[in-house]
Structure formats: C-alpha cells, structure tokens
Design a protein around this ligand. Structure first.
Ligand code: PMP
Length: 335
C-alpha cells in the first residue's frame, strides 16, 4: 500500500536546493566548480535558512508567541526570509535596514508586509548602527530580536542543512567549501559540518575589499586594508559569535571587477542572474581551484538573484560611472 500523500506549506521548502555545475569555470580550472542555488529558496536567498533556523529555535525556547513580532537589523535578505517564513507561521516583522541597500530589496520587504525602517549607515561602534536600533526597538515593543550576527541558531541552520546537503550531493567527494562572510553563519556552519565528515575539506573565505575577514583569517588582525565593495549582505569588520572558533584554511580578497566578470559570464553562458556576493563566492572557488587543482570538487553559494540589484548591476550607465566593465572576460580577470 502506498502511504497517503503528505502536503506542506511554503515554510517547509527552505533548503534542499540544487547544486549546479558551473561548466565554463569547471573547464577553465579542471575542477568541478559547484554552486548551491540558494536563490531558489522561498524568499529568494541563502538567508532563508538562517531565518528558518532562528525562528524555529526561538519558538522552541518560548521566545516567540503566536501573533508575535520579530525585529531585525538586516541588509535585506534576512528580513525577506524572516518576513516570508514569519507570515507563513503567523508573525509580524519590523525590519531596520541601512538606506544604502538596494531599493529593490526595500520595495520587496514592504510588498511582503514588513514594517521597514531605513536608517543611515553607521559603523557597529556607533549606537545608531542598524543592529543596535533593531535591538532597542525589539525591547521597546516587546518583540523578539532575531540578532542574526550573534545568534548561533544561524550557523546551526547551515550545520544542519547546507553542510549535509553538499556532502550528500557530492557523494562525499567535496574537497573545499568557499563562502563570503556577512554574519558568517553560512561559512561557519557549512564548513564545520563538512569537516566532521572529512577533516580534510578546506574551509575557504572569499572576502570583498573594505572588510576585515581576509586579514582576520590570514594575519589574525581586523585591518580592513584599502578599498571598498558594492556587494551587499557581506563585508564584516568584527568576529561575530557565528564566527567564533572557526578554523579557515585559506582566505582570498576578491575585487568587484572580478566578481562582476564572473556574474556576467554566468548570466551569458549559464543563464544565471546573480548578485555580486555570488560572484565573490564563485571567484573565490576559481582562485582556490587554480591554486590547488586540477581534479578538485569545490562547492560554493549562489546567494541571491541579480533582480534585486538591477538598478546598479544591470545598468550600463551605473557600471561605467563606477569603473566596472561587464564585458571584461572572466579568463582575463584570473590571468
Ligand atoms: N550574500 C548575500 C546577498 C547576503 O544577503 C548575505 C547575508 N547577509 C550573505 C551573502 C552572507 O551570508 P552570511 O550572513 O551567512 O555570512
């Protein structure tokens, strides 16, 4: 007898994303360069996993009651994930977001029904930083502060899902996992799980300019070096709780032109429209492959879709103004 069918709502379908072979970059490096299609999550990004994990953990700990409010400071994707999963589970969301983030994300958050509070960007050391505002707002309104940067339910979600999925999808052959750092949840949770299966799996950080993670993992200091990046959702300057005790085997600095050449190659030859953090991740995978390959299986994260950034990354005038060339071939940026 076949069992009766079981049906689930949207919040059940976070994760279990395809692991895509990036064929040109695989050929170029003699490695399997694999990208986890996280843009296929219900809220459209890798952050749905953290949002699901944080909400489920808060429910278990009795911190969220039916009809309750979730408050979070976010570059956008965590807010979208919390709102989508929140709606599916019966919670309201209040999202504090730096006003420098893509207007497409702010519009999407509002369309989803979140209360959105854009604030001027401030460093973490400033009380006006979006995370501190979110924490205070949660206290004032009696809401639950998701605290994605220092709530380790975030990295635990990746330890429990992203890591096992990559292990299974590669049949245990994965040699390296590469990710950029926003909160660090993706890089820490996934690589820590993979190392429990095979301690030889390399944990690799791909860092944009203007962030401190390359310096942290390479030299043990939080120097940010010169430069900056247009990538949203990544670029960390401190060791969050999600990054504590993390062992990283290699870190790379990736400039925006390299990431842009990667995302345009993936668009034109693989049909993938991605944001810049995905380009930084894939560029990190290619750098690792060129240094340590051929013959390796390297997995990374395709974090979100380029639809969220089309006013910038799909806008020739904006690209020219900012000295970025979408036609610079990917071969030349890795030469
Ligand atoms: N890419 C994008 C587009 C993101 O929004 C984020 C999260 N803010 C990341 C990458 C980094 O993920 P994590 O927070 O797990 O380090």
């Amino acid at each position: 007898m076949t069992p009766p069918p079981t049906y689930f709502g949207l919040d059940h379908y976070v994760g279990r994303t395809p692991l895509l072979r990036l064929k040109k970059l695989s050929a170029l490096t003699g490695c399997e360069i694999l990208g986890k299609a996280e843009f296929m999550n219900p809220g459209g990004s890798v952050k749905d996993r953290a949002a699901y994990g944080i909400i489920t953990d808060a429910e278990r700990r009795g911190l969220l009651q039916p009809g309750g409010t979730i408050v979070e400071g976010t570059a956008g994707n965590t807010g979208i994930g919390l709102t989508v999963i929140g709606q599916a589970r019966g919670y309201r969301t209040v999202i504090v977001i730096p006003d420098t983030q893509a207007p497409e994300k702010i519009e999407q958050l509002r369309a989803l029904g979140a209360e959105v509070i854009p604030v001027p960007p401030k460093p973490f050391s400033d009380p006006g930083n979006y995370n501190h505002i979110a924490r205070e707002l949660a206290a004032e309104r009696g809401g639950f502060w998701a605290n994605q940067f220092d709530n380790v339910a975030n990295r635990q979600a990746h330890f429990g899902t992203t890591g096992p999925e990559i292990w299974e999808q590669t049949g245990g052959t994965v040699n390296a996992f590469v990710a950029a750092v926003g909160t660090g949840g993706t890089l820490a949770g996934t690589s820590q799980f993979l190392k429990t299966q095979n301690p030889k799996v390399a944990a690799v950080c791909a860092d944009p300019y203007g962030a401190a993670m390359w310096s942290w993992f390479t030299n043990g200091n939080l120097d940010t070096d010169d430069g900056d990046s247009f990538a949203e959702g990544i670029g960390q300057g401190r060791v969050t709780k999600n990054l504590e005790d993390l062992v990283i085997d290699k870190a790379y600095r990736i400039d925006d032109q390299t990431a842009l050449s990667v995302i345009y190659q993936l668009l034109r030859e693989e049909g993938l429209l991605l944001g810049l953090s995905s380009g930084i991740n894939v560029a990190g995978a290619v750098r690792y492959a060129l240094e340590h390959g051929p013959g390796l299986t390297i997995a990374t994260i395709l974090c979100d879709t380029g639809l969220k950034y089309r006013q910038k990354l799909s806008n020739p005038a904006w690209l020219t103004e900012n000295g970025l060339d979408p036609d610079l071939p990917v071969e030349s940026v890795f030469a």
